[in-house]
Write a protein that binds this ligand. Structure first.
Ligand SMILES: C[S@@+](CC[C@H](N)C(=O)[O-])C[C@H]1O[C@@H](n2cnc3c(N)ncnc32)[C@H](O)[C@@H]1O
Length: 260
């Protein structure tokens, strides 16, 4: 339906895939240690000084962001459904010489004792909202994790790019766009997702059917406001990695909201 394959690729990633993509945890840790802020571009600007602050990366995957935050002095935590991600993240943290807390859980099925309002900053980014067929429980979880006065930051792919436009061509010169999607499509996409479970005897693949929903920007902002968060900013972003490739098309957005 759309050509934003980055999202699809992320979803399949497990421990082995991270090694192929970033190198061993030791190799990846060396790179992060050199300049942790680079790994947090552009979202770090919305966090303020993270030193000594409790920060939770919801659906935080391989832990790269959490490790970078720890190196900057934050008390960083990750919540994610994948054991393979946890394994990579904890090895990465150990190689970087920092501690992170990593909880493996479905965000929609959190044990009550996990949902404590203990974080100054909660954030989630790049391939998040499409996992939910209802946005309410996602934003409610984010709200519940925040201390009063805390901040939630969501950065995700822009629905104009994921729902409305399809694009072809791998260089700016030959790139062509077509408006052939339906921005207001509410259908669910069925996906087979592989989760790698790391048990003492080895790796076991478990496949589950999940349903994706492509949300409009209005639906996302309204769901955030409904959860009790106070919206402070919604920024629509161009392609931040090139001045010419897909120039003029919104690629991502960042929503900043506070728990007052
Ligand atoms: C596309 S990644 C997000 C990218 C990540 N923020 C990063 O920068 O590397 C989505 C993550 O959400 C996790 N996930 C998907 N459904 C989930 C759920 N219901 N509860 C918790 N984590 C979930 C996946 O395991 C995956 O690591």
């Amino acid at each position: 339906m759309n050509n934003n394959t980055e999202e699809n690729v992320w979803n399949e990633d497990t421990y082995e895939a991270w090694i192929k993509r970033f190198g061993t945890p030791k190799e990846a840790a060396e790179k992060i240690r050199k300049n942790p802020s680079v790994k947090l571009f552009p979202i770090l600007q919305y966090f303020g000084d993270v030193k000594g602050r409790k920060v939770l990366n919801l659906m935080g995957s391989n832990g790269v962001k959490a490790v970078a935050l720890s190196l900057l002095g934050a008390e960083a935590a990750v919540l994610d459904i994948s054991e393979g991600n946890k394994r990579y993240a904890l090895e990465l943290a150990a190689e970087a010489g920092v501690d992170i807390k990593y909880t493996v859980s479905d965000i929609l099925d959190l044990p009550g004792n996990e949902l404590k309002p203990e974080y100054d900053i909660v954030f989630a980014e790049l391939g998040i909202v499409h996992y939910f067929t209802d946005l309410k429980p996602f934003f409610e979880a984010a709200y519940s994790f925040l201390k009063k006065g805390g901040r939630f930051v969501l950065r995700d792919f822009h629905p104009v790019s994921t729902k409305l436009i399809s694009s072809r061509g791998s260089t700016a010169k030959v790139r062509k766009h077509k408006v052939d999607g339906d921005y207001f499509d509410t259908s669910l996409e069925e996906k087979e997702v592989s989760f790698a479970k790391y048990l003492p005897e080895g790796v076991v693949e478990e496949t589950r059917t999940v349903y994706w929903r492509r949300w409009t920007l209005g639906e996302v902002v309204t769901a955030a406001a409904d959860s009790g968060l106070t919206i402070r900013m919604l920024s629509e972003e161009p392609n931040l990695s090139s001045e010419v490739f897909d120039k003029g098309i919104p690629k991502t957005y960042t929503l900043v909201a506070n728990k007052v």
